[in-house]
Design a protein around this ligand. Structure first.
Ligand code: ZN
Ligand code: ZN
Length: 285
């Protein structure tokens, strides 16, 4: 009797393995909504590929993609990853990672950069030139754009929410949603979407703890702060997690990028501050 042809085998008799299709989902108790820990992006100053990683500190770090032999990298420049978190040291293995800023051709090279890293930096510089020549990339001025008082629109505004001050990466009207849409692309709706309550530009002291133990030698002039503290807790949380009204924190949509908030340091960010109230583009003229 001839065996019945089985559909679970290929024409040559090898087994046809079927993997059930699964959809990636974020666990309910996950501290992060990111689908992957290394967030791919391009350096805004040189156009080369970078990977953003979370650190134990408040800010993420951009690492050069790929590992390097640890014996080519001085100990001061070594980073390693453990459970998706980036640490500024080697882990004793023969491989390590480096930050992108170490080899970014748009940044000033450290004087003691060893030859192998200088080689990588030169390679990235050539790639930047290729991107510029093919109009695939337009370099941002470095250092970041200085605030333009005449435009009355701080390029990197100071924003106060949940009793903390942050510096935004872009003007408040342009802060983008970090969520992934059902089409698996990044949402293009801004956090300050039409119909939402805006913040209030307010002049405030540069540091909320003027009489604290930390004595700062700062000018007494008040700075313009985009204050969101009059909004509800859930609205302030929506701003902090950088999501549009459709992708509020209650939705299951994963994140495609890390929020861009940088904790405000009155001394470090002093050149970015403005001392008069910007014009609110959403208020009637
Ligand atoms: Zn760069
Ligand atoms: Zn969104």
């Amino acid at each position: 009797m001839r065996p019945h042809p089985s559909t679970s085998r290929h024409w040559d008799g090898t087994l046809r393995t079927r993997h059930p299709r699964r959809t990636l989902a974020i666990a309910r108790d996950s501290p992060s909504r990111l689908l992957r820990c290394a967030q791919p992006a391009r350096c805004r100053h040189c156009g080369n590929r970078i990977h953003w990683h979370t650190t134990t500190g408040p800010s993420p770090v951009s690492l050069h993609p790929g590992e390097l032999p640890a014996d080519l990298v001085p100990a001061a420049y070594r980073w390693h990853l453990a459970s998706g978190i980036a640490y500024p040291a080697g882990d004793g293995s023969p491989w390590c990672r480096i930050t992108h800023t170490t080899v970014c051709p748009a940044a000033t090279a450290p004087g003691d950069l060893p030859t192998p890293l200088t080689g990588i930096r030169r390679k990235l510089a050539l790639h930047t030139r290729h991107l510029v020549d093919t109009t695939a990339f337009t370099a941002l001025p470095s250092p970041p754009i200085a605030p333009d008082d005449s435009a009355c629109r701080p390029q990197r505004p100071v924003v106060q929410l949940l009793y903390t001050r942050y510096v935004a990466a872009v003007p408040v009207e342009d802060v983008p949603c970090v969520a992934q849409t059902i089409r698996r692309t990044r949402c293009t709706t801004p956090v300050l979407a039409p119909g939402t309550n805006p913040g209030r530009w307010t002049l405030m002291p540069p540091t909320p703890h003027r009489h604290g133990t930390r004595q700062l030698t700062l000018p007494a002039t008040d700075i313009a702060v985009y204050d969101l503290t009059h909004l509800s807790y859930s609205e302030q949380l929506r701003w902090r997690t950088q999501r549009c009204p459709t992708h509020t924190t209650s939705t299951a949509a994963p994140d495609l990028a890390l929020p861009d908030w940088e904790p405000f340091d009155p001394l470090h960010h002093h050149p970015l501050t403005v001392t008069r109230l910007p014009t609110d583009p959403r208020s009637p003229r």
